[in-house]
Design a protein around this ligand. Structure first.
Ligand code: NDP
Length: 386
């Protein structure tokens, strides 16, 4: 029986990881959350982990009282999460924390020597070189949970690194596929949260609609698979059945297909190299009927080309891109700015930070904080003008 930790256990991926633990019978020894202690308490009562950690200190104090009748130890704050990772005896940690908050936990998992099943793509966007180097030095495996990267990881089993021509990263296109920049000015929050094929947390759902998520995935793929961004091609594939593919130098294209279900990816990352039966549905190709592919409209969705640029710019610029996007999406979710303002805020904040270097965790976090302050100012100015 495998023992796992789930970081971000109350979120969309985290709850699906709990589902996988339930169906595969894994033991769970550490659960973490930001502040949602209602959901966390239910999980504690079901899985009896040795440890839980809650980023919000007041919520951690409440949880300590609520679960005083159990033997689970409660740790508090961001340091509590890092401490929990170091203390946990699990073989695999699923990092499904959202945003920049996932970076230090990613590094803590690597330092603890556990396998990292990585959903938190922001760790690689912000500090990909550092994360990958540290994993290599410590001999730690990083197995991607993001469905596209899980598909690429599997497709790479068919050839050697030197035989890769390019990575074909598929994108559903999100809810606004086919709309022009002008038409995007009128979309609402409700329209944005209605993703055609995936049910996900709100932040990544918005990022899927702007294609920022695809941009982050390009950066993630470059780090995970050691390729330049010139070797990554993004294709719109509305059906979300081919989760991505690798094209080799002999023009063979090897991809992975399945129903869109993150549970398969979590299970693959935990059980790898074994394949095990899953609770996910079979793929009925006749039912799907046809698979279609087309190019992305980069004029309507400028955040995708900006991610390619951030990868080329290097230094702290990918971290800057992430920070600006986290601020802009949070403002959109609070109803402060419009959908089309998201890319404007991100592009403007990016220009302000142009050329920013950074090659240590501290310098990257400093650039993140500075960019957030700039993005908040831009948002306030926009509100003033509205
Ligand atoms: P959710 O918003 O649904 O969940 C986020 C989790 O992170 C929650 O457990 C939340 O706790 C926790 N969290 C939030 N803030 C903090 C913090 N400051 N410190 C510690 N923990 C925190 O996100 P998703 O599950 O949608 O996404 C998680 C990650 O997985 C992202 O990086 C995303 O890009 C990636 N991903 C998601 C997919 C999906 O299908 N959802 C698909 C592929 C990748 P609380 O509930 O208490 O706030």
């Amino acid at each position: 029986m495998k023992t796992i930790s789930i970081l971000g256990a109350t979120g969309s991926v985290g709850m699906q990881a709990l589902d996988v633990a339930r169906s595969r019978g894994y033991r769970v020894d550490l659960l973490t959350a930001g502040r949602n202690i209602d959901t966390l308490e239910r999980a504690v009562r079901e899985f009896s982990p040795a440890l839980v950690a809650v980023a919000d200190e007041a919520a951690a104090r409440d949880l300590r009282v609520r679960i005083a009748d159990t033997s689970t130890r409660v740790l508090a704050g961001e340091e509590g999460i890092v401490q929990g990772i170091a203390l946990s005896q699990s073989e695999v940690a699923v990092n499904s924390i959202i945003g920049e908050a996932g970076l230090l936990p990613t590094l803590a998992v690597i330092d603890s020597g556990k396998r990292l099943a990585l959903a938190n793509k922001e760790s690689l966007v912000i500090a990909g070189d550092i994360v990958m180097r540290r994993a290599r030095e410590r001999g730690v495996e990083i197995i991607p949970v993001d469905s596209e990267h899980c598909a690429i990881f599997q497709s790479l089993k068919s050839g050697r690194q030197s035989e890769i021509k390019r990575i074909l990263l598929t994108a559903s296109g999100g809810p606004f596929f086919g709309r022009s920049a002008e038409q995007l000015r009128a979309v609402t929050l409700e329209d944005t949260l209605a993703h055609p094929t995936w049910k996900m947390g709100k932040k990544i759902t918005v990022d899927s609609a702007t294609l920022m998520n695809k941009g982050f995935e390009v950066i993630e793929a470059c780090h995970l698979f050691g390729v330049g961004s010139d070797k990554v091609r993004v294709l719109v594939h509305r059906e979300s059945i081919l989760h991505s593919a690798v094209e080799y130098i002999d023009n063979s294209v090897i991809g992975e297909m399945s129903v869109p279900d993150m549970r398969m990816c979590v299970q693959y990352a935990v059980d790898y190299p074994d394949r095990c039966p899953t609770a996910s549905a079979e793929l009925d190709l006749v039912g799907v009927g046809a698979l279609t592919f087309c190019e992305v409209d980069t004029e309507a969705f400028p955040l995708l080309p900006l991610a390619f640029r951030a990868m080329a710019d290097g230094g702290a610029m990918p971290a800057v891109l992430n920070a600006a996007d986290e601020c802009a999406v949070a403002a959109f979710l609070r109803g402060k700015i419009r959908f089309s303002d998201i890319s404007e805020v991100v592009c403007e904040a990016y220009s302000h930070m142009e050329g920013r270097e950074g090659d240590t965790v501290e310098s990257l976090i400093a650039a993140d904080r500075e960019c957030r302050a700039i993005a908040e100012n831009i948002i306030t100015e926009k509100l003033g003008r509205a």
